[in-house]
Design a protein around this ligand. Structure first.
Ligand code: SF4
Ligand code: SF4
Length: 69
């Protein structure tokens, strides 16, 4: 199964639960800032997303949407 995610960067509070729980290593920290002063996570394009939705389930801010292809 393949998928992709959309990260709503303005909702992210940098807890990094998604980074730690993604089984594919597809999410990583970023150096940019959002309007709240957090570093939102971003996708690592070198790693594939399998659409498992663990990241979206873990995210306390509901900042990740998962789509399956
Ligand atoms: S789990 Fe949600 S709030 Fe936490 S770093 Fe990931 S996207 Fe941001
Ligand atoms: S859907 Fe699964 S594989 Fe894709 S980024 Fe989220 S946790 Fe990682």
């Amino acid at each position: 199964m393949k998928g992709y995610i959309l990260i709503k960067k303005e909702l992210c509070k940098e807890c990094q639960l998604c980074v730690h729980f993604c089984p594919k290593g597809h999410i990583m920290p970023s150096k940019e800032y959002n309007a709240q002063g957090y570093h939102p996570v971003c996708v690592d394009e070198t790693k594939e997303c399998n659409g498992c939705a663990i990241c979206a389930t873990m995210c306390p801010e509901v900042a990740i949407e998962v789509y399956r292809e």
